[in-house]
Each structure stands twice: as C-alpha cells, then as structure tokens.
Ligand binder design. Structure first.
Ligand SMILES: Nc1nc2c(ncn2[C@@H]2O[C@H](COP(=O)(O)OP(=O)(O)OP(=O)(O)O)[C@@H](O)[C@H]2O)c(=O)[nH]1
Length: 227
C-alpha cells in the first residue's frame, strides 16, 4: 500500500450481511525471523489469539502469512489515538527455507528477530540473521531483538545482559518475552507499531527508536496491560 492510501478492514455490521469499513491510519508489514523452535509461531499466536501452543508443534514451512478471513486476520493496535494495522508474517527458521524468506525481507517494515534464552546457538546465530537482514532488508527497517521463553528459570543459558549487549552493539531495540505466559508480548508489538508510526513523523526525536526498551517487565513482575 502506498503512503497516504487508506487501508480498509471489513467487518460485518450489526444488520448482518451488510458490511461497513473500518479505516486504519497505517498498515505495516512485520516479519518474525530467527532459528527454528525459538517460538516465532507461539509469539504470534499469543499476540493474535492470546493463546499458547504448548504441545509438540509442526515447524513452519516457508512463510505463513497470518492474514485470514475477516475478524481473525491482521492485528490492529491503537497507537496514540491512531489505528495501526500490523500484517504479521511468520517465517520458517529452518535453513532449507532461507532463500524463500529472503525474498520477503525487502517489503518488511519491521523485523522481530527471536532467540531462545535456553539455546545459546540460537543467540549466537542472531549475528548471522542480522547479516542477512542488512543484505536483504530495507535500510530503514525497524529491528527488535527478542529473547523469548524468559519464563524458564533454571534452564536459562543466555542472560538478559547478553541480549542487551548484543542489541547495543547492533543498535537495535531489545526485549525479553514469554509466549507461554504472555510477558511483554503485547508490549513488544506495540513498541514496534509505535516506532513504525513515529518513522512517518517529521520530528527527528520521535523517529529515534530507543535502543533498549526500559519499560518491559522482568519474569516475576506483573505484566503491563497494553491496548
Ligand atoms: N517455555 C516456553 N516454551 C515456548 C515459548 N515459546 C515457544 N515455546 C515452545 O517452543 C517450541 C517451538 O515453538 P514454535 O513457535 O513452533 O517455534 P518456531 O520458531 O515458530 O519454529 P519454526 O517454525 O521451526 O521456525 C514449542 O514446543 C513451544 O511450545 C515460551 O515462551 N516459553
């Protein structure tokens, strides 16, 4: 969609059968990337449906665009009074699907790069992922590094400080999330939506993304409700 073009989401009216449109002020494409099994699909499902897929789960194949029929598709969030629609694309972490996902990078407005705090390899591999992002994505793409599964206690092998350090090094935003408990999930997507909207602002202060999101919650703290 071009800038200035109005996006429309269709919803059934209370009269049934007749449709009315619900305009969104902004539409952005967001991609979830990262190694296999870091929790991309679970993060998306938690954000969209408020549910957690705990059972064994089939790996994503290629690209899964979670835009479905009316009512269950794109997630619309409200940012400072504006309606922002996030079109979220879940990608496969497996190496063999990489060439497929690369093709989609260029259109992405934001990339959420996940690693699993229980899996050091997935953390180490984020450097390679960031290399691919710089190669294939737009220069001004919004990037957030996410340490997922922060609900685990004894099994954690990647410290929060390690995530923060890497985010500083690459000048990207950072948050720890849990798709299982929902901790910081809404907050992460909302922060990205806010930043995407701010990018359209002419005010350079608004356009700058905080490298570290300081308002996120730590495991054990109560989650903030974000609307
Ligand atoms: N404890 C815990 N487990 C999680 C969390 N998020 C995901 N999982 C588990 O991690 C496994 C992998 O989750 P997926 O969402 O399928 O991972 P993925 O990154 O989409 O994997 P691919 O589709 O192969 O790229 C599943 O067994 C989930 O139940 C979390 O926040 N905490």
């Amino acid at each position: 969609m071009e800038d200035g073009e109005e996006d429309v989401m269709w919803r059934p009216s209370s009269y049934g059968g007749v449709f009315q449109c619900d305009p969104c002020d902004h539409v952005f494409k967001v991609m979830l990337i990262g190694d296999s099994c870091v929790g991309k699909t679970c993060l998306l499902t938690r954000f969209k449906d408020g549910a957690f897929l705990s059972a064994s789960f089939i790996s994503t194949v290629g690209i899964d665009f979670r835009v479905r029929a009316e009512g269950e598709g794109n997630k619309v969030v409200t940012v400072d009074g504006s309606k922002v629609k996030l079109q979220i694309w879940d990608t496969a972490g497996q190496e063999r699907f990489r060439s497929v996902t690369h093709a989609y990078y260029r259109d992405a407005h934001a990339l959420l790069l996940l690693y699993d705090v229980m899996n050091k390899n997935s953390y180490d591999n984020t450097r390679a992922w960031l290399g691919e992002v710089h190669e294939y994505a737009q220069d001004d793409v919004v990037i957030m590094l996410i340490g997922n599964k922060c609900d685990v206690n004894g099994d954690r092998v990647v410290r929060r400080e390690d995530g923060e350090r890497l985010a500083r090094e690459y000048n990207v935003a950072f948050m720890e999330t849990s798709a299982k408990t929902g901790l910081n999930v809404d907050l992460a997507f909302l922060a990205v939506a806010r930043q995407l909207k701010a990018r359209k602002s002419t005010n350079p202060i608004e356009r700058k993304f905080n490298v570290l999101i300081t308002c996120d919650k730590r495991p054990g703290q109560k989650d903030a409700l974000v609307t």
